[in-house]
Design a protein around this ligand. Structure first.
Ligand code: CA
Length: 371
């Protein structure tokens, strides 16, 4: 209580000082100053990413985060962002930050399921949570605490650092009318969804984004999922596949991550720790906003200008994929207590959030579509 009162008094004194400072003409120097915090040592950090440098959408997550930190600290903390392969390869990000070779990383946690099985849940799960629901689970449903627990043995602190929203099911060279059409289909689709497709009879591969176009063009693969219209248009997949299927059952709201080396984080003063946290929150929201604003324009261009054949996956196919997903999930968590713990939390949150979203988000969107 005394502490609070002292705080209030200090705040009051501080405010009075600012008011006096801003009202006196002799204090114009203070008014014109860009920042209150000057003359301190500049902290320079390095951030490695799993994306090509300045890649639209996904790659803007780390760039925005770096800009926000720079702006909020008035240049007192500067973060240099390296694209995939510039400092470490895309899939070397986790180890580089964990080992303290760099302080920060940006990527997608499900790239690390080979090291941390439960990391799958912090990006996306087939038929799982949307972007809005993911943020709810992470910030108010215990998800963030579990993510911290999962990464603690690797000396890493995770933060949500972007979201794609619901993705597209992907690009296909032939029509998908039934589950039979997936038999023998060679598709780029990573993670748990890849396992679901494999069990449905497809041959799946994981390729980095920049190898997808050529693989489709040369017939190495018959289909590929990447993100959504805004990102897919950039890669030009419409030039090598005719059918663009929705919805993105496999990635309904992929969260991207910012990872911080724990020792580096602990060495920061309290205000910079807070700035990092809130810069990540802003970057997380900003990416979703950008996709929300840009996806439809790109989709319209794909259809009107490039004659893309937009199709919905038949409900019968989606129903089968959902059934297979349930089996895949059970096998996936079987031997990993942490994955079981995270899945339990994720599943419980999903059940309760679906209950309300059925009569709110879904009911409203259905209502908006009425003639
Ligand atoms: Ca994807």
């Amino acid at each position: 209580m005394i502490k609070v009162m002292k705080m209030k008094r200090l705040l009051a004194i501080g405010l009075t000082t600012i008011i006096i400072a801003c009202s006196g003409s002799e204090n114009s120097q203070v008014q014109n100053q860009e920042c209150f915090s000057t003359g301190e040592k500049t902290i320079k950090w390095t951030m490695v990413t799993t994306w090509p440098k300045n890649f639209p959408g996904l790659g803007m997550g780390p760039e925005n985060f770096s800009d926000y930190v720079n702006e909020m600290t008035c240049g007192r903390m500067q973060i240099k962002v390296y694209g995939a392969g510039e400092f470490v390869p895309a899939l070397g990000v986790f180890d580089a930050v964990s080992q303290g070779n760099v302080q920060l990383g940006h990527g997608a946690s499900y790239y690390w399921t080979g090291k941390v099985k439960s990391s799958q849940f912090f990006t996306a799960v087939p038929f799982g949570l949307t972007a809005q629901e993911m943020n709810g689970w992470l910030n108010y449903g215990g998800g963030m605490e579990l993510w911290e627990e999962a990464y603690a043995p690797f000396n890493l602190i995770p933060l949500a650092g972007g979201n794609s929203g619901v993705q597209m099911a992907g690009w296909f060279k032939k029509e998908i009318n039934s589950l039979k059409d997936l038999k023998g289909l060679k598709m780029r689709i990573p993670g748990l969804a890849g396992e679901v497709f494999t069990r449905a009879g497809a041959e799946t591969v994981t390729l980095p984004g920049n190898e997808i176009f050529l693989s489709l063009q040369q017939g190495v693969i018959d289909a590929a999922e990447w993100v959504g219209p805004y990102n897919d248009l950039t890669f030009g997949f419409h030039q090598v596949a005719d059918y663009y299927y929705y919805p993105g059952w496999h990635e309904p709201g992929s969260t991207l991550e910012i990872i911080i080396n724990k020792d580096a984080y602990e060495s920061l003063p309290k205000d910079l720790k807070a700035i990092i946290k809130y810069a990540a929150k802003s970057a997380n929201q900003e990416m979703l906003d950008e996709y929300t604003a840009r996806n439809n324009k790109a989709l319209t261009e794909l259809i009107d200008k490039h004659d893309v054949d937009l199709r919905k996956l038949p409900d019968s196919v989606l129903r089968e994929l959902k059934k297979i997903t349930d089996d895949v999930m059970q096998d996936f968590i079987q031997d990993d207590p942490m994955a079981q713990k995270v899945y339990k939390s994720y599943k419980e949150f999903k059940e309760q959030v679906i209950n309300y979203h059925r009569i709110s988000e879904k009911a409203y969107i259905d209502t908006r579509e009425l003639d």
